[in-house]
Structure formats: structure tokens, C-alpha cells
Design a protein around this ligand. Structure first.
Ligand SMILES: NC(=O)C1=CN([C@@H]2O[C@H](COP(=O)(O)OP(=O)(O)OC[C@H]3O[C@@H](n4cnc5c(N)ncnc54)[C@H](OP(=O)(O)O)[C@@H]3O)[C@@H](O)[C@H]2O)[C@@H](O)CC1
Ligand SMILES: Nc1ncnc2c1ncn2[C@@H]1O[C@H](COP(=O)(O)OP(=O)(O)O)[C@@H](O)[C@H]1O
Ligand SMILES: [K+]
Length: 511
């Protein structure tokens, strides 16, 4: 699913109004009707008090239309106009008049006014600011946001939590409404997925308001949200007359004394993702544990006992996963530099190999085109330098990826894959995966996909999705705390099966 920038959404609005020959008022009515239907379906006439806080722009207009529809259905509402500006949008004004005709006159809240009492069992609808926010809210509006938060009432934000910009991180966390749920129009917003801005809404949901389909499908966007539909398009079925040679040979290079487990996890994940053959290249201390515990994998050992001192092998791998548990011993650093001088095989690079690249920038020029780099945020900072906010981070990551022609997988709660100026936002995964070794599993999975012929960008996007899906499948049995990296590997098979599972609601429709 595409993620549109605010200007593109305004453009989609305009196109829709023109092509469907409707007014902006009709579009607002349609949007707010979707909000009403969502609430009504859940509340079923429940007399709970609903406080609707409306700004003076179109986000506020949506709130007023919702208030009118709730009133008509007999709900217990209180409506406030948060008068943070003298201006009013036309559709706001039209709908204020309509509401007044239904004998609902909103309380106007201005600087210095007493704030309404809200009980924690009430519901707050936040329609204060939408996509039009262009500067931080005034202090008294921030005080209102804090008042809403202190009430602990369920907070439903319209389109976007008020105070959240679509293109920058707010400098003051208090200046944003903390939403329990956001009902966003037509398309998800990038800020829902970034670490410093995603925290302002616990959940989000898209409401289809019928914007012009042609505009939506033809517009180019900088970001895309990756779910099952997107990765299904990449999936390559296994062929009946295939053999292990068909699915590539992965070489996993890494490990050091005390960190052989990392290679074990990556090699095992690689096998579970379908690589035809897997060989591990480790220091000698890794030989016995790997041969004992992972009989499917072959093992090549370095001359050194405890760390990699030379990367030299006489096999011809399809792809190499490099760096997990490798350490940064001087000999290992030299071995990596010498290896990159001669290597032509596609690479997936993680962990200590990334740190070595950060400290030896000249190595970056030696990477084969479209190498996949999988940094967590700290490794990313070492690679691209410090950033100021998530948006600058993304711009820096895009430049880095372009400069070195690499696929950059920024790991995190919503892992973001960057390539060729575009970002792919993953939707699977859970906090149970925040535990040692899960990144090694991802390296193995992406390596295994490239071995089977997936191009590096697709392998990264698909691997990240499947890794998160494996975590989501397993966490149902283990709970967050017990979801270890080994458990994650056990979930990879389920993640593949799930790609073709028919959703329960589809089955129900057919019955
Ligand atoms: N296709 C869709 O998705 C549809 C979207 N719709 C809805 O429209 C919403 C966007 O509406 P919007 O453009 O009127 O913006 P919104 O945020 O309501 O108004 C803010 C206004 O306040 C001002 N202002 C800004 N910052 C300020 C500040 N800090 N302190 C004080 N003032 C400030 C600024 O004016 P300024 O003062 O800068 O001239 C601005 O005009 C969107 O989120 C969705 O809810 C639906 O109705 C239909 C379909
Ligand atoms: N809160 C979270 N939600 C979803 N995925 C997460 C979360 N925390 C971590 N992960 C995932 O777990 C993996 C952790 O990788 P990494 O930090 O490299 O761990 P390690 O080095 O121990 O293997 C990444 O793929 C990351 O996206
Ligand atoms: K809002």
C-alpha cells in the first residue's frame, strides 16, 4: 500500500472533487460518515459521554459533522470548538451552522478558559488539528492536550493525532495528542511507523473515503507499506523437477569465541528459508558445535582458533551472509578488507562487519552493487552519522544507499528498507523480537532468499516481512517474553504457509 505525503493527499482531494463532480463539503460528509459508522458499530447506542474537540480547519469540520450524526442517532455528546485561530475553513463554517440548527451549540475554548471535566470512562474525539498543522500549537492548546491525556479517557484521533506534523518530529512530546486509536482517511501516514512519531497512536486504521482510484494507483510515492499482498507478488513457487542446486548455496561467514551461536542461528534460519545448501565459515572453535547441532549445514574453518583471520574458501557460493558474531579483531578487519578486494559474490552484511565498514570507510567502495546492509539503529548511526529526528535519518539513509548502491535495511519496530530513493515500511513483527539473536535470524533469511534467486531488494523486503510474520506467529504460543531467536526460526515455516492461507472472514463470506 502506498504511503502518500500530505501534499499528495490534498491533490487527491482536488482530483476526486473534480472527477466525481462533488463539492468539498460532500467529501467531508463522506469522510465523517465513515467515522460515524466506525463508532456506531462499536457503541451501538451506548450512552457513554463523547467529548468532541474540534479545531477551526477541515479536521475540525470532520468533527462537527461527526457530532451532528452522533446527535441524530441520540448519542450523549459534548462539542467544543478549540479556537486557536480567528480563521475558519468554509466547510467548518457550513457544518457549524448545520450543527447549530440541530440545537447543538459548541462551547468555544479559548486561551484562559476553564477546561471541561472529562471522566476516564468517557470518550474523546480529537479533531483539533489534521494535516494542515504547520507550526507548533500554542501553549494553551498544549495545556488542553495535557488535560485530555490526564483524563485517561479513550482518545480517538481523526486522521492524525493533533499536533503531529506529517514531515517532522515534534520538538515537544507534550504538544501532541496521545491517541489510543487513529482513524485515518484513505491512506496510512508515514509518521505512524517511525520510532519518534509512531508513539503518539497505539493503533491506527484506514477509512476508505472513496478518493479517486486512478490518482491513487498512478501516483508515485516515496514510501510503501509492506503487507502480505505486496510480498505475495514476489513469491516464487518451488518447482517439481528442481534439486538442491536450483536453490543456491549460501555461505555464512562470522562467529568468534563465545559468539558461534550467532552463526548457528543465521545458518539455521537460512536453511529454514529454503536455501539449497548452506555452509558456515567460522573460526575453529565453531566447528564442533555447528557440526553437532546443525547437521544440515557444512562447515569450513579458519586457520585461527577464536576469530576469523583470513577469508578464503574453495566453494562457489551464490550469496554470502557476513558479519554476525564476527568481532573486530585486527586480523578480522584485515581479512575482511582483503576479502572485499577480490569478492564478486552478492553480500548480506550485518553486525560487526557493519561496524568494521563504519570504521574503514574505504571498504564501502569495495562492496558489490546492491549489497544488503542490515543495521539496527546504533549500527546505522555508526554508518551514516548522527541525525536530528527520524526524517533526517531517512534522508541520510537514502543518500547513503544511493552513494554506495546498497539496500539499507533499518531494523526496528517497523523495519524500513531503503533503496533507490524509496522506503519500504514493514508491518509485521512485535516487541517479543527485541531479544539477542533475532537480527542474526534475519541475516540468514535474507541470505537464503537471495540464494534462491530473489533480487536483493525483494529478498530484503520479503525477508523482513517473513521474519516479522514468524515472530507474530510464534508469539501467540510463547508470549512476548519467551520469544527467543530459536523460536523465531521455528515460525518461518508457518510464515510461509500463512502467505497462502485464506483469511477466516473470506471463508465466512463464502459460507
Ligand atoms: N482527503 C482527505 O484526507 C480529507 C481530509 N479531510 C480533513 O481535512 C483535514 C485537513 O484540513 P485543513 O487543511 O483545513 O487542516 P487542519 O489541520 O484541520 O487546519 C489547521 C488550520 O489551522 C492553521 N494552523 C496550522 N497550524 C496551526 C497552529 N499551530 N496554531 C494555530 N493554527 C494553526 C492553519 O491555517 P494558517 O493559520 O496556517 O493559515 C490550518 O489551515 C484532514 O486532516 C482531514 O481531517 C476531510 O475533511 C475530507 C477529505
Ligand atoms: N519492538 C520490536 N518490534 C518488532 N520487531 C522488533 C522489535 N525489536 C526488535 N525487532 C526486530 O528484531 C531484530 C533485532 O535485530 P538486532 O538488533 O540486530 O539483534 P541481534 O543483533 O541481537 O541479532 C530486528 O529484525 C528488529 O526489526
Ligand atoms: K486530529
Amino acid at each position: 500500500m502506498k504511503i502518500f505525503a500530505a501534499e499528495q493527499i490534498y491533490a487527491a482531494d482536488k482530483t476526486t472533487i473534480k472527477k466525481q463532480n462533488i463539492t468539498s463539503d460532500v467529501l467531508m460528509e463522506r469522510a465523517a460518515t465513515r467515522l460515524f459508522e466506525w463508532l456506531h458499530l462499536r457503541l451501538q447506542g451506548n450512552p457513554v459521554k463523547i467529548h468532541l474537540f474540534c479545531g477551526i480547519g477541515n479536521n475540525g469540520g470532520d468533527g462537527l459533522v461527526l457530532a451532528r450524526q452522533l446527535k441524530e442517532e441520540g448519542y450523549n455528546i459534548a462539542v467544543y470548538v478549540v479556537r486557536y485561530s480567528e480563521k475558519r475553513s468554509d466547510d467548518f463554517s457550513t457544518n457549524l451552522e448545520r450543527l447549530k440548527k440541530r440545537e447543538v451549540t459548541p462551547d468555544v475554548l479559548e486561551e484562559g478558559d476553564a477546561l471541561p471535566t472529562i471522566s476516564k470512562d468517557d470518550i474523546i474525539v480529537d479533531a483539533i488539528f489534521g494535516l494542515g498543522l504547520n507550526r507548533p500549537p500554542d501553549d494553551w492548546v498544549v495545556a488542553l492536550f495535557e488535560h485530555l491525556h490526564r483524563s485517561r479517557a479513550f482518545t480517538l484521533s481523526v486522521d492524525i493525532p493533533s499536533g503531529l506534523f506529517t514531515d517532522r518530529v515534534p520538538s515537544d512530546k507534550k504538544a501532541v495528542v496521545k491517541a489510543n486509536h487513529t482513524l485515518t482517511f484513505q491512506v496510512p501516514k508515514l509518521v505512524f511507523f517511525l520510532p519518534k512519531t509512531g508513539i503518539f497512536t497505539e493503533n491506527w486504521e484506514v477509512l476508505d473515503i472513496g478518493l479517486d482510484q486512478e490518482f491513487l494507483s498512478t501516483a508515485e510515492t516515496d514510501y510503501e507499506l509492506i503487507g502480505k499482498n505486496e510480498v505475495l507478488a514476489f513469491y516464487e513457487p518451488r518447482k517439481k523437477y528442481s534439486h538442491k542446486g536450483t536453490y543456491g548455496h549460501s555461505l555464512i561467514i562470522g562467529g568468534s569465541y563465545g559468539k558461534i551461536g550467532a552463526v548457528h542461528l543465521a545458518a539455521k534460519a537460512c536453511l529454514h528459508t529454503g536455501s539449497g545448501l548452506v555452509t558456515a565459515y567460522v573460526p575453529q572453535c565453531g566447528y564442533t558445535p555447528l557440526q553437532t547441532n546443525l547437521p544440515e549445514a557444512m562447515v569450513i574453518t579458519d586457520a585461527a582458533e577464536k576469530h576469523i583471520s583470513k577469508i578464503d574458501f574453495d566453494i562457489e557460493p551464490t550469496v554470502i551472509g557476513l558479519g554476525i558474531g564476527m568481532g573486530k579483531d585486527t586480523k578480522t578487519v584485515n581479512a575482511l578488507g582483503q576479502f572485499l578486494d577480490v569478492n564478486k559474490t552478492p553480500l548480506v552484511i550485518d553486525a560487526d562487519a557493519l561496524n568494521i565498514l563504519s570504521e574503514n570507510e574505504e571498504f564501502l567502495d569495495k562492496l558489490p552493487p546492491r549489497s544488503v546492509l542490515t543495521p539496527h539503529p546504533k549500527e546505522l548511526e555508526r554508518l551514516i552519522g548522527k541525525w536530528d529526528g527520524d526524517f533526517q535519518k531517512l534522508e541520510m539513509a537514502k543518500s547513503f544507499s544511493q552513494k554506495y548502491d546498497c539496500v539499507l535495511v533499518i531494523k526496528g519496530s517497523n523495519t524500513l528498507t531503503i533503496y533507490d530513493g524509496k522506503g519500504y515500511v514493514n508491518t509485521t513483527g512485535n516487541p517479543g523480537m527485541a531479544t539477542g539473536g533475532t537480527g542474526d535470524v534475519l541475516t540468514g533469511m535474507v541470505t537464503g532468499l537471495i540464494a534462491q534467486g530473489y533480487p536483493p531488494l525483494q529478498a530484503a523486503i520479503f525477508g523482513v516481512y517473513m521474519h516479522g510474520e514468524a515472530g507474530d506467529t510464534m508469539v501467540e504460543d510463547t508470549g512476548y517474553q519467551t520469544l527467543t531467536a530459536s523460536k523465531l526460526i521455528e515460525g518461518i515455516g508457518e510464515a510461509f504457509l500463512d502467505l497462502f492461507a485464506v483469511d477466516d472472514d473470506v471463508l465466512a463470506d463464502e459460507e
